[in-house]
Design a protein around this ligand. Structure first.
Ligand SMILES: Cc1cc2nc3c(=O)[nH]c(=O)nc-3n(C[C@H](O)[C@H](O)[C@H](O)COP(=O)(O)O)c2cc1C
Length: 309
């Protein structure tokens, strides 16, 4: 029998037993999936839902619409605030870490001050966090709702403000545009890793009511329909930066995850697929390992960026 392939990876200081992570907002905070499989003993990491310093109500319902090969969501980052999040999930998340799975806490804010406050609270209250993910797609209240990290300059400003607050790794979750330029700006300000992509803004109109199928005119599209776009952006970003990437977007199989790795990703998150198949992330781990063994390598690291163009 061939020797087992080493599947462990290092996402900017976050040690993962295998490259598979879960995308923020699509996996509860892990606990809801324990009834299906042993999350802590199986995955490389889980990324929690975005949490701000104070609770956010989120957007009105309906928040989800099903589209061909995709879904659209306008959840609006509903969350209970860091203290309530830690109180509800802290013990469980520590048990995830104890089982060998990294826990990445996602930080949300509507302004630089709000990001700073949220990360300060996490730093104080969440010793279980293996690292943080900064979601720079949150709407910036001072700029009429444009994303906080919409330009290289804005993204760099957020990163510069939060970098001194923690020694733990900071992954920055990027919106699906200008990933090379914004990635370079974030790397220059000390980001440890980048994750991409967040949902792609889209619209779906009910032709009888002539209204949006969700409560807002536009919402974020995710799922298999965005996978090829996400792979392209991971590849573009990988050419631009040296820090590791976590590839996200329409990953539903080991083959999808393998594409991300060949395009240059170190880790890969399973998102919308968790909503249609609660076993998806576990299956992706198994299928990815089977693919890696067929490639005749001793470590998954040898396949990163191995795309031939
Ligand atoms: C219901 C839902 C909630 C989400 N919540 C968040 C969130 O809180 N923070 C975030 O950065 N991304 C959030 N996302 C985006 C995902 O993390 C991911 O980037 C995106 O869905 C693309 O991956 P996928 O096609 O595999 O789902 C959410 C996506 C969905 C479908």
């Amino acid at each position: 029998m061939a020797d087992a392939v080493r599947m462990d990876v290092n996402l900017g200081g976050i040690h993962m037993r295998n490259p598979i992570n879960t995308a923020s907002g699509t996996f509860g905070n892990g606990r809801q999936f324990e009834g299906f499989y042993d999350v802590g003993a199986t995955l490389g990491a889980i990324t929690c839902k975005g949490v701000a310093a104070q609770p956010w109500q989120g957007n009105d319902a309906p928040r989800l619409a099903e589209l061909p090969s995709a879904i659209m969501n306008s959840v609006g980052l509903q969350n209970p605030g860091v203290p309530a999040f830690v109180q509800t999930y802290g013990t469980y998340l520590q048990s995830v870490v104890d089982r060998g799975c990294a826990v990445i806490c996602q930080v949300a804010g509507h302004s630089i001050d709000e990001y700073v406050r949220a990360l300060e609270l996490f730093e104080e209250l969440a010793p279980f966090a293996s690292g943080f993910e900064l979601n720079i797609s949150c709407p910036n209240i001072a700029k009429g709702g444009a994303a906080m990290g919409a330009t290289p300059r804005d993204a760099a400003e957020v990163m510069r403000a939060v970098r001194p607050l923690t020694k733990r790794p900071i992954v920055v979750k990027m919106a699906p545009h200008d990933v090379a330029e914004i990635g370079r700006a974030l790397e220059a300000e000390g980001a440890d890793a980048l994750s991409l992509i967040n949902t792609i803004p889209g619209m779906a109109i009910d032709i009888n009511t002539r209204r949006s199928r969700v409560a807002r005119p536009t919402a974020g599209v995710s799922g298999p329909a965005i996978h090829a776009i996400a792979v392209r952006m991971v590849w573009e970003c990988a050419q631009a930066v040296k820090i590791p990437l976590c590839g996200i977007g329409g990953v539903a199989s080991g083959a999808d995850a393998a594409e991300m790795i060949l395009a240059g990703a170190t880790a890969v998150s399973v998102g919308t697929a968790n909503l249609t198949d609660p076993m998806a992330a576990k299956r992706v781990v198994e299928e990815l390992e089977a693919w890696a063994s067929q490639q005749g390598v001793s470590s998954i690291d040898e396949l990163r960026g191995a795309f031939v163009c």
